[in-house]
Write a protein that binds this ligand. Structure first.
Ligand SMILES: Cc1ncc(C[n+]2csc(CCOP(=O)(O)OP(=O)(O)O)c2C)c(N)n1
Length: 372
């Protein structure tokens, strides 16, 4: 096991003074240490992993020094374009070191959305001709930094589950919103009509929705749980809303996911689906992977939605405000964004969906009356 302090110091002693990326549960302890330790402006939690590669490239252009880009392997897809058409030796030849959390490593049990990603992670890096090591000794770190500098190209550190020792984040992102997300989610679900469907985002929100449906014995056919594919729930909901105009389609989004692909809002608005209701559960954090902060409360999600062309925007934080806003949805035409400001307090005993993704898809399509 490698202590995160040792890994951080191995990076800084090798000349890396800039850290950027999107948090990952396997990198939770490392990301926490970076959050607490790196100076202001030397650690940027990016909107998505491709943006982080861009930040690392800009940092190199301005300093001549490589940056570290951390991500879950799910985020590799977001990086392929800037890695191959910006940082690659055949284009601008920009060194950086990727630190990639290896969810779904073959032989290690993981959730379905990580299985294929885990199987192809090494092949993806190899296809991109990015030299990588599976980190098991802190001494490998300086070697990968030196290789990036020598080749003037990206290199990678692949991180297995349990590689890093524990570190407790001190600068946790907290907010004083009165309701936990789970309480807010229950208020919304209780207001829904039987014909409404939900597309819910990656992480704990979908797990809370699944458990609430279990508790209410309502089945899961009304909910498409976007277990992977972070940031795309609103686009999935748009695709449904346009073809099923007689039912309301709700996207249950998280702030990290919303920020990851915010351009989707303008596209939703450009279609003006009257049956599209975007519920943003904003807790200002990537709660599902360790509670690292997002810019959720620094931006105005409602202003973004309004400027993107949503027909109406609402925000609520107390139970009363939420109840009033949910009543207002009864008469409003979409696209509507309702931002629910919630605190970070998910349960430690939160379970995971017991249905498979394919079972979920079939039940959902069945509910929509569509045969495969
Ligand atoms: C492309 C991609 N990058 C990173 C992850 C890892 N990941 C899973 S959930 C999550 C946090 C999502 O944050 P938010 O939408 O704010 O929801 P919360 O965790 O607060 O419930 C992250 C970063 C992922 N699944 N996919």
């Amino acid at each position: 096991m490698i202590e995160v302090k040792d890994a951080y110091e191995a990076l800084t002693n090798s000349g890396i003074d800039m850290f950027t990326g999107v948090p990952d549960s396997l990198l939770k302890n490392f990301c926490a240490y970076v959050t607490d330790t790196a100076p202001r402006h030397k650690h940027i939690i990016a909107a998505n992993e491709g943006n982080a590669v861009g930040i690392a490239a800009g940092h190199y252009l301005a300093t001549g020094k490589p940056a570290l880009v951390y991500m879950q392997n799910s985020g590799l897809g977001n990086t392929v374009n800037p890695l191959l058409s910006l940082a690659d030796e055949k284009v601008y030849s920009i060194p950086m070191v990727l630190m990639v959390g290896w969810r779904g490593e073959p032989g290690v049990h993981d959730e379905p959305q990580h299985v294929k990603q885990g199987e192809v992670t090494q092949a993806l890096l190899e296809a991109m001709q990015i030299p990588y090591v599976i980190l098991d000794d802190v001494a490998q770190i300086s070697g990968q930094v030196a290789l990036a500098v020598r080749r003037k190209a990206p290199t990678a550190l692949l991180i297995r589950k349990g590689t890093f020792g524990k570190y407790q984040l001190r600068n946790t992102s907290k907010n004083d919103c009165p309701l936990c997300r789970e309480e807010a989610l229950k208020l919304v679900v209780d207001q829904l009509r039987n014909s409404d469907v939900i597309v819910s985002t990656t992480g704990k929100l979908s797990r809370e929705l699944f458990e609430y449906r279990e508790a209410k014995q309502q089945g899961h056919g009304h909910d498409f749980l976007t277990v992977g594919s972070m940031g795309h729930s609103s686009s999935i909901a748009l695709g449904i809303a346009l073809e099923q105009p007689n039912r309301r389609v709700f996207c249950f989004d998280g702030d990290g996911a919303f920020i990851m692909h915010t351009g989707a809002l303008g596209i939703v608005a450009s279609e003006q689906p009257a049956n599209f209701f975007h519920i943003l559960f904003n807790n200002g954090a990537h709660e599902s992977v360790g509670g690292q902060p997002t810019i959720g409360f620094a931006i105005s999600a409602t202003e973004i939605a309004k400027a993107s062309g949503y027909r109406a925007v609402l925000t609520a934080a107390t139970a009363d405000e939420m109840t009033t806003a949910l009543k207002a949805l009864e008469t409003l035409k979409g696209p509507v964004l309702l931002e629910l400001r919630v605190s970070i307090c998910s349960r430690d005993d939160l379970g995971r969906p017991t249905t498979t993704p394919i079972g979920n898809k079939q039940a959902f399509m069945n509910e929509l009356g569509v045969a495969e």
